[in-house]
Design a protein around this ligand. Structure first.
Ligand code: BGC
Length: 779
């Protein structure tokens, strides 16, 4: 591990280590920005940043509030410094939508402001077990009046379109006038990226007592977004309360003015329903009204109870239990919670790089989903993995257009997208990463091997496999000075510091995998579901000849190996680039992506993120342990890990080759990246791929789980600084619990008929008669 990383790892924790909570113990305005991402809530459909309910004047603001709906974006023409043919014309940017979270409190006329008066007590906690955000504070105004305020916020995980806030105020040492001002503010705009800040136009703003509605149109893309806000007061407050409301300029305000009594609590429940629609004729307003009406009948307590039940089920499948290391225990739950919050589950959306916790990366989906998040789901909640792949299936038409744009056959999936079209204006960082096709194909196969979901494969998966494979055939060529092997020129592997190179090893191997898998799967479906197969042949004009060609070219793909160094060269030119040791780069110049001109980076043997090392994981059955070690030794000192996608993969391979200390260090770097703000950019939004990487680093790294050719393997060890860890996976309808301590691993069949796997070389079969098996760990 580089000195630079080691130093950062030793930084102090921002939040106390707790098993199920992330707690902000002190209100420090300078932490607001970071906290907004950490305390963000979402349910895959929508997400809100963890801004405070009270608004602060612009001068006191250090925040970037945000509320997003997954897949709701605006579009702007990409401005190019220099034009070239066939560049994408328009970008896509997730929109910051109406802020429905605003609630201000006034004691008489004095507004609750944590930066003024006297904050006597303060605590905000993200309750990971129950899926809610709680805040509790005692504040004294300048006249010595004290109030206790308790707030619970949730974005419902069982009702996609519902969010709610419970706001409770108790005067502690006075009786008198208080008012709770609640609002929905539609006059919002994006903080970053967009030139035209006015993306939304208000179509409707209506007020009816405690209820209000707002209807927005996204000017460029015509999404309609409807919000319905309802308020419910507790009896005490209702009796003593005068309600004033006001609707103007895309904003609705409610003032609940009460004669509060010392020691008595005024409670306001704010329930918000949000729907959107893309169809011209539909208005999502009636849906939003109906959702809110149902939620109001249920009531806030029921929403909390449902949330708890939902989380109980989620943790049953995904909880990783770690004994002897609270920092990691907390990190695992935090990461799994944010993955859940970020994931679109409707087959029309996916997981943005920052989830729904920030505008950065514009809400775009990358290969991150298939390569880093999908394994988490495939092995724990396969139905979600299926929907993520369906999103890609539903974008095949756009991917066909994208292939045409590049004069290629089949499909070329976009590097950055929301609506399926390429949204990046920087082709040397995006389109050049053709490997995304193979990453998606790899994920299709992974899901299929884990689930054996035949229906998915014959109706959707195979089409993705064939169409992605076609792209490779049209893209590559037989090259004479490479022994007439089939080569791919001008590509970029996962290492974005080496774009435009020939024969990136990761790309070539993965393309081969893509072609082989497409051909094999085509034969399986042909045999198992001939009708479906023939239908597909006609639909996409596929033939036996083409299938044979897939097989033939897969065999001919050039697979680089350097005899002298006995390593896998990253690409044709990597070994002849200028040598450099990452440790010699001044700290202030890292990450290089922010400090060096790309042309400087490109001339050095410096790597942004796991590339050959990722290949050692994805297709690890094709490489010997010796070669993996040599590759690791060669590439590790050259890698800056400037992408948060990198350390997890290094951790996994370090585990495999027995570099236990390094594997643990890289693991920590991954697991607590956002919590400890390791890269100092968590305020932009959480790093979802890195969060998925944490799970991979434990399950594939420490427990050494692999699945090759549909077979499951474990090579577990216990890393230092842990007493035991336990996780569950699903495999072909069975659920397996794996518990690893220093000496042995216990495998327990939780449900399902039978599961078969290898513990090192030992074959283990668990079934109803043999539910569990203890096996010794190798040293
Ligand atoms: C990484 C990519 C990744 C993207 C979004 C970049 O910094 O290099 O691999 O897809 O971030 O997370």
């Amino acid at each position: 591990m580089r000195k630079y990383h080691q130093k950062k790892l030793e930084a102090e924790a921002i939040y106390p280590y707790q098993p199920w909570k992330i707690t902000e113990e002190e209100f420090l305005v300078e932490h607001n920005h970071h906290n907004e991402a950490i305390f963000a809530l979402g349910n895959g459909y929508m997400g809100i940043r963890g801004t405070l309910e009270e608004d602060y004047p612009a001068s006191e603001k250090t925040t970037t509030p945000g509320f997003y709906i997954n897949g709701v974006y605006t579009s702007e023409e990409i401005i190019y410094g220099e034009k070239a043919p066939n560049l994408p014309k328009d970008g896509q940017t997730i929109i910051n939508l109406a802020d429905w979270s605003e609630i201000n409190l006034y004691i008489n006329e004095e507004k609750l402001n944590l930066l003024k008066g006297n904050l006597i007590d303060y605590k905000r906690e993200l309750d990971l077990q129950h899926g809610v955000l709680k805040r509790k504070l005692i504040w004294e105004d300048r006249k010595g009046r004290q109030v206790e305020v308790k707030i619970i916020r949730l974005v419902s995980l069982s009702r996609d379109h519902i969010a709610a806030i419970r706001y409770e105020v108790t005067p502690l040492n006075f009786s008198g006038k208080i008012s709770i001002n609640s609002a929905i503010n539609g006059d919002v705009s994006n903080h970053h990226h967009l030139r035209d800040k006015k993306t939304l136009e208000g179509l409707k703003s209506e007020l009816d007592g405690n209820t209000g509605i707002l209807l927005h149109n996204v000017k460029k893309t015509n999404f309609k977004v409807a919000y319905v806000v309802e308020h419910i007061l507790n009896e005490d407050a209702e009796e003593n309360c005068e309600i004033k409301s006001n609707s103007f300029n895309d904003r609705i305000d409610w003032v609940f003015e009460a004669n509060a009594t010392k020691g008595k609590t005024c409670r306001l429940d704010k329930i918000v329903g949000i729907h959107h629609s893309k169809e011209e004729k539909e208005t999502p307003l009636s849906d939003a009204r109906a959702s809110v009406a149902r939620a109001v009948i249920s009531g806030f307590d029921k929403l909390v109870q449902e949330q708890t039940e939902f989380m109980r089920g989620y943790w049953r499948d995904t909880d990783v239990k770690i004994s002897g290391n609270m920092a990691l225990q907390q990190a695992f739950r935090f990461n799994a919670f944010h993955i859940l919050q970020a994931t679109g589950k409707d087959g029309m959306t996916s997981v943005a790089a920052k989830g729904l916790s920030g505008e950065h990366y514009e809400g775009h989906y990358f290969w991150d989903t298939e390569s880093y998040i999908l394994p988490f789901y495939a092995f724990q909640r396969p139905e979600v993995a299926r929907n993520l792949l369906l999103y890609r299936y539903n974008c095949l038409a756009e991917a066909r257009e994208n292939a045409k744009r590049m004069k290629l056959d089949g499909v070329l999936f976009p590097w950055r997208t929301i609506n399926g079209k390429e949204a990046s204006g920087f082709f040397m960082g995006s389109t050049v990463q053709y490997h995304i096709n193979a990453d998606i194909a790899y994920a299709v196969n992974l899901y299929y091997q884990v689930s054996r979901d035949q229906e998915f494969m014959q109706n959707y998966g195979l089409e993705i496999l064939i169409e992605t494979a076609r792209m490779w055939i049209s893209f590559g060529s037989y090259i004479a000075d490479h022994d007439n092997k089939f080569c791919f020129n001008v590509v970029c592997g996962p290492d974005e510091y080496k774009p435009g190179v020939n024969n990136n090893a990761f790309t070539n191997y993965m393309a081969k995998f893509n072609l082989k898998t497409a051909a094999e799967m085509a034969e399986i479906i042909k045999a198992k579901a001939p009708e479906k197969y023939n239908k597909l042949l006609n639909k996409i004009d596929f033939s036996q000849e083409e299938l044979n060609k897939f097989k033939e070219i897969a065999e001919d793909i050039y697979l680089p190996y350097d005899e002298e160094l006995e390593i896998t060269p990253q690409d044709d030119s990597f070994l002849s680039k200028n040598p450099i040791e990452v440790d010699s780069i001044p700290e202030a110049e890292l990450p290089l992506v922010k400090n060096w001109h790309p042309l400087i980076i490109w001339r050095y043997q410096v790597i942004k993120q796991a590339d050959v090392i990722l290949l050692m994981l994805q297709l690890g059955d094709q490489f010997s342990r010796e070669l993996k070690t040599k590759n690791y030794d060669y590439y590790e000192p050259k890698t800056t890990h400037d992408s948060s996608l990198s350390p997890a993969i290094y951790s996994i391979i370090a585990s495999e080759i027995g570099y236990k200390k390094q594997s643990y260090n890289y693991f920590i770097q991954t697991a607590r990246l956002d919590l400890d703000d390791y890269n100092e950019n968590a305020y932009q939004g959480v790093h979802t791929a890195c969060m998925g990487g944490t799970w991979m680093a434990l399950v594939q790294g420490f427990a050494g789980m692999r699945m090759f050719s549909g077979k499951l393997y474990f090579h577990p060890h216990l890393p230092e600084k842990m007493d035991e860890y336990q996780f569950r996976i699903r495999f072909r309808g069975s659920q397996l619990e794996v518990t690893v301590d220093e000496h042995e691993t216990n495998y327990l069949l939780i449900s399902g008929d039978k599961i078969e796997f290898k513990h090192y070389d030992q074959l283990i079969i668990l079934d109803k008669n043999n539910l569990s098996k203890k096996a010794r760990n190798e040293k």
